[in-house]
Design a binder for this molecule. Structure first.
Ligand SMILES: C[S@@+](CC[C@H](N)C(=O)[O-])C[C@H]1O[C@@H](n2cnc3c(N)ncnc32)[C@H](O)[C@@H]1O
Length: 254
């Protein structure tokens, strides 16, 4: 992170906060993972950790009859989700909340389902699995996505990119071993199709980067940041066969 251009974070947040979601995922994948949670009560108590602006939170509200606590530590994302929830009349179903998933301050053994798309790695997967397990009712489910390597020897720019954001990223068997060590039972897992990296994430990101290039056309620092941010979808276009997002559905044993 030491070689970031000046004004990286404000421009990064301006871009990311405007996107429909902040990572790869889709309603269909959320639905597919949800179908694996076969014994949920009819109106489950759900916790969505690292919800961002709530892309998957809103899908969970459509796909279940449950109530959802949606937690993220980035205040503007929670503000945006609060506005969406109010607009859509979902205040009785979704409670957006600013908080740290490492220490969410929620009562233990409360949730039938803990959900997290692309966020748990921020506090270390094994630590996150321990936190989630403590929040689940006996027999409750945890569904989460995590980035994984698919091939050995990624090109240096791909390795460098993930080393900066997720240096401990492993392969699917590594994640399965963490799940086993965390005292959770595997129900199933699947790889997110490549289209979901684009539909609600990289395609709107590239469009927005184009708009922001116009807005900042006289601002060399901002343009340098946008060039840097544009490298991520460009890298994915060339090297997506080296890495993927995997959805894991697991269950508390007790
Ligand atoms: C890759 S984004 C995924 C957002 C959303 N789940 C989605 O798929 O669109 C990761 C999210 O985790 C949040 N996050 C990172 N560390 C966190 C922490 N310690 N506590 C709560 N949220 C955190 C970030 O603010 C960000 O919104």
């Amino acid at each position: 992170m030491h070689d970031l251009p000046p004004r990286f974070w404000p421009i990064f947040f301006e871009l990311y906060e405007s996107l429909p979601r902040q990572g790869p995922g889709s309603r269909a994948c959320t639905g597919k993972a949800l179908e694996l949670c076969r014994d949920l009560p009819s109106a489950p108590a759900i916790l969505d950790l690292g919800c961002g602006v709530g892309g998957q939170t809103l899908h969970l509200a459509e796909l279940t009859l449950g109530t959802i606590v949606a937690l993220d530590n980035h205040v503007p994302s929670i503000d945006r989700l609060r506005a969406t929830v109010a607009e859509r009349g979902l205040a009785g179903r979704i409670r957006p909340m600013v908080g740290d998933m490492a220490n969410p301050g929620l009562p233990p053994k409360t949730f039938d389902l803990v959900w997290s798309e692309g966020a748990l790695y921020n506090i270390g997967i094994e630590n996150a699995l321990r936190v989630c397990r403590g929040l689940l009712r006996s027999g409750g489910y945890l569904a989460f996505t995590d980035a994984v390597w698919r091939k050995e020897n990624p090109p240096p720019e791909v390795k460098a990119s993930f080393d900066m954001d997720y240096p401990t990223m492993g392969r699917v068997p590594d994640a399965l071993a963490s799940i086993e060590r965390g005292g959770l039972s595997l129900i199933g897992h699947f790889t997110l199709p490549d289209a979901v990296w684009w539909d609600d994430f990289y395609t709107p990101m590239e469009l927005r980067i184009g708009e922001m290039r116009g807005k900042y056309s006289d601002d060399a620092d901002a343009l340098a940041v946008l060039d840097r941010l544009a490298q991520e979808p460009a890298m994915h276009r060339s090297y997506s066969d080296y890495y993927a997002y995997e959805f894991f559905v697991v269950r508390s044993k007790n």
